[in-house]
Write a protein of this length. Structure first.
Length: 439
């Protein structure tokens, strides 16, 4: 492993880099506009903490009845939508408008160009949490505001793609298509809420989960995890076969298809049993291949480097989620009713997506704030607390009798992790770089 040395203290930097007074170390809102990742990540953290706190209050009220919450929109839809759309696309913006232009060989957009689309998304999803308790039409208005912001962000990204002349645009264009799927899903979600078709609305959310969120995640993972691993451990080759990306995209497509095939419930009779068994076998096979790939990509070797290990463990959860989903489907055939589906869903969302989010955002934030690319004791501890929260949530899905008692601790643990992590990173984004460099 290449030793990672702490960043040495920088010489006194000058304001603007041109001489004069030392750099201002205080937190300022205007510093959020110095680089795309600052604004995108900061607003994402606001949405992340708000969504988690709201869900914790819902769980507390379910157990105690103290708050007496009224719902104009089903709570499960509110939760699913905000956890899919409410902060993850904002994290995407910070990464895509930082790394994306480098992939494409084009100039990045000015942070001020992103201000409107990102603020619209943030405002829309914060309003969504309030509207859920007020009126469905207010919820629709919130969704439309958020949809405008997401569409604007996707348009800015596609301008970069169209300007590019590099030969390898596969990952960038795949992400661009995923953004379009997300925009369509969000628009359809708003229409479904207008019609009061909440089952369809939830299907739109799950379509975005697989068609937007998972597709972007696996595209970035396929491109970056082997690169990061070989950079830190030169004895491991940066092997990223395109069939692996094709498999992960096929999994996403099959899961989107399953959302709509099973919208009204799993088909009955022999056809339904064959569909469920076939889906289960496919998920088991795909999950097994991805577990093997996680080992080949250097899972065991990465454990010597905390930040790298976080990425590899997060990717490991993708294979585990599919295997758990496959087991759930096969058990469903045997028992005649779906089992463990929420467990598989949260193995994906909390285990895979949240772990990769914690790792990647921490890495980008360290590198672009002039700090060493390391996961210190705090981040490492938060990461393993996230693994505990994930296991608790899966256990809650597996044991109905204990679900309400396991769910609240899992949610409170999640909120605590994200609040501590978000407070630390948020304090970085509003300050100038520790090394005095621009950006």
């Amino acid at each position: 492993m290449i030793p990672i040395r702490p960043v040495p203290p920088a010489p006194p930097a000058r304001a603007g880099g041109t001489g004069g007074a030392p750099v201002d170390t205080r937190w300022h809102w205007r510093h959020l506009l110095l680089a795309p990742h600052r604004l995108g990540f900061f607003l994402a953290l606001v949405g992340l903490v708000a969504a988690g706190a709201w869900w914790a209050l819902v769980q507390l009220d379910r157990l105690s009845g103290l708050l007496g919450l009224h719902y104009a929109v089903p709570a499960v839809l509110v939760h699913s939508a905000v956890m899919t759309f409410g902060f993850i696309p904002l994290f995407f913006s910070g990464f895509l408008f930082t790394a994306g232009p480098k992939w494409l060989g084009v100039q990045p957009p000015e942070p001020r160009q992103l201000l409107q689309p990102l603020l619209l998304q943030t405002a829309g999803w914060l309003l969504w949490l309030v509207a859920a308790h007020v009126h469905p039409w207010m919820a629709v208005a919130a969704l439309l505001v958020a949809a405008l912001g997401l569409a604007h962000m996707a348009a800015i990204y596609w301008v970069l793609v169209r300007r590019s002349t590099v030969d390898d645009q596969l990952h960038a264009r795949t992400i661009g298509v995923a953004l379009l799927v997300g925009c369509a899903s969000l628009a359809a979600l708003a229409l479904a809420v207008v019609l009061g078709a909440y089952a369809v609305a939830l299907a739109c959310v799950h379509t975005a989960l697989w068609g937007l969120v998972v597709v972007v995640y696996v595209s970035v993972a396929h491109r970056m995890i082997p690169f990061f691993t070989s950079s830190a451990m030169p004895f491991i080759n940066a092997w990223r076969p395109f069939w692996a990306l094709g498999l992960m995209l096929t999994v996403a497509a099959v899961e989107v298809l399953a959302v709509w095939v099973e919208l009204g419930g799993v088909p009955g009779g022999a056809v339904g049993a064959a569909w469920t068994l076939g889906r289960g076998i496919f998920e088991l096979a795909a999950g097994g291949v991805l577990l093997w790939l996680s080992v080949v990509w250097g899972l065991m070797q990465s454990l010597k480097n905390r930040l790298l290990a976080m990425l590899h463990v997060g990717f490991l959860w993708l294979g585990l989620a599919l295997v758990l989903g496959g087991v759930a489907q096969c058990l469903g055939v045997l028992q005649g009713t779906p089992v463990l589906r929420l467990g598989a869903l949260h193995a994906l969302s909390m285990g895979c997506l949240a772990s990769l989010m914690l790792a990647m955002v921490t890495r980008v934030s360290c590198g672009h704030s002039g700090r060493a690319l390391v996961a210190d004791g705090l981040v490492w501890g938060l990461f393993w607390m996230l693994q505990l929260a994930t296991v608790l949530r899966i256990a809650a899905a597996a044991h109905a009798a204990l679900a309400q008692w396991l769910l609240l601790p899992a949610v409170l643990l999640w909120v605590g992790i994200m609040l501590i992590w978000g407070t630390r990173l948020g304090s970085w984004y509003g300050r100038l770089r520790a090394d005095g460099r621009p950006g």
